[in-house]
Design a protein around this ligand. Structure first.
Ligand code: ASP
Ligand code: MG
Length: 408
């Protein structure tokens, strides 16, 4: 098999970790596989480099920041290649340009445009294990650009696509994707197999195991993906096309605590009322989460959520433009948490929504806002109720027997 395997920052945090990852790689190699390794920067290196730059200047400029922070991954790549060679495995480290990773020019948040796999193929043919610096690409000016925090996962999937690899493994500090965050929900279980759609929802909703652009790309190109621990042989979670999706309607419950809710009371019901509100917020560069609109006679309320750190900006803009938007009152709540229940085929399975409400009712927790889509139900609760709410919902759907993974 040709495997692209990525090691996250914790997995290469110190010399000992690198050496033990290298011996795992050597073992996979001697089992008859060819490997391309993608590495993240060691531990908190990226943050430390950013902090150093900030100490010198608050206006370092995105180009120099990218030149700086991309070195974290390059260090890891060279160290890993050194560790592999020390174990007798022929290996070369490659940066983004050498690996043929072409990206857009957006310093700090570039997108991978294409990968020219010639050099990688050549190294593999030579019998080398290539170790590629994650998180970066080369733009049309020949500059190194980074592709967004946590982007090494996306590098790995992009290389797997370009090389038509048999498998992309994401080796990290958790041993797979769970039905809920095990730190919050003690009954959380590891998901053995999950569909691309569900994985995509879980990662964009803050399950934080995978960079969500990597899940997106894996889905688009149908790359079989495994999320597993770097430190153990535990089986991990396989992300792929799941043919019997309808058998299982809930795959996980996620939480996002960094949310604030805003309600505009008495917004005029005339055409364009909602447009005025949301175009204003869009101009502030803030994206909106859950939206609900209650229509009264002639006027109604509009509620929506934003990321908590953007609340001040949004309130300022709304107050400044009160004469355009014409609402009677503005209320906000910066102590809300967003809980989402994710599952493919939920739409065609009756009773999921009522199950969520029943679970919350049983523990006496009120719901502030609700929105549903084909694949998820999102509710807002008081932040203080988060743990109780997630556990109640999780146990409602994942109590023994209700969720039979073996059937998948
Ligand atoms: N080192 C980068 C970060 O910390 C990229 C990554 O870890 O994937 O965001
Ligand atoms: Mg990192």
């Amino acid at each position: 098999m040709l495997i692209v395997r990525k090691y996250g920052g914790t997995s290469v945090a110190d010399v000992q970790n690198i050496i033990s990852a290298a011996s795992n790689i050597a073992k996979t190699y001697s089992d008859g596989n060819r490997l391309v390794i993608v590495v993240s920067a060691q531990g908190d290196t990226t943050d430390e480099l950013l902090a150093k730059a900030a100490k010198i200047s608050g206006g370092a400029g995105k180009r120099e920041i990218d030149a700086l922070i991309s070195t974290g991954e390059q260090q890891s790549a060279a160290l890993m290649a050194i560790a592999l060679r020390a174990q007798g495995l022929p290996s070369v480290s490659l940066n983004a340009a050498q690996s043929g990773i072409n990206a857009t020019s957006a310093y700090g948040n570039a997108r991978i445009k294409s990968v020219d796999p010639e050099r990688l193929r050549f190294e593999l043919e030579q019998g080398n294990t290539a170790v590629v610096a994650g998180f970066q690409g080369m733009n049309k000016y020949g500059d190194v650009v980074t592709i967004g925090r946590g982007g090494s996962d996306t590098t790995a999937v992009a290389l797997a696509v370009a090389l038509n690899a048999d498998l992309c493994e994401i080796c990290t500090d958790v041993d797979g994707v769970y039905t809920a965050d095990p730190r919050i929900v003690k009954n959380a279980r590891k998901i053995r197999v999950i569909s691309y759609d569900e994985m995509l929802e879980l990662s964009s909703l803050g399950a934080k195991v995978l960079h969500n652009r990597s899940a997106e790309m894996a889905k688009r190109y149908r790359v079989p993906l495994i999320v597993r621990s770097s430190f153990s042989d535990a089986e991990g979670t396989l992300v792929k096309d799941v043919p019997y999706m309808e058998r299982m309607y809930v795959s996980g419950v996620t939480v996002d605590k960094e949310i604030a809710g805003v309600t505009l009371l008495g917004v005029k019901g005339e055409p364009g009322g909602a447009y005025n509100v949301f175009s204003l917020i869009a101009r502030e560069g803030v994206s909106v989460g859950v939206i609900t609109r209650t229509a009264g006679t002639g006027s109604g309320d509009i509620s929506f959520t934003v990321v908590r750190s953007e609340l001040g900006k949004v309130l300022g803009a709304l107050e400044e433009n009160k004469d355009v938007i014409r609402y009677t009152d503005l209320k906000y709540d910066d102590r809300v948490a967003k809980i989402s229940v994710v599952g493919a085929g939920m739409e065609s399975t009756p009773g999921v929504a009522s199950g969520v409400f029943e679970a919350l009712y049983a523990v006496d927790i009120g719901v502030k806002m609700i929105s549903t889509s084909e694949i998820k139900i999102t509710i807002l609760v008081d932040e203080r109720d988060t743990e109780a709410a997630v556990n109640a919902i999780h146990d409602r759907f994942f109590a023994m027997g209700a969720h039979d993974e073996e059937k998948r």
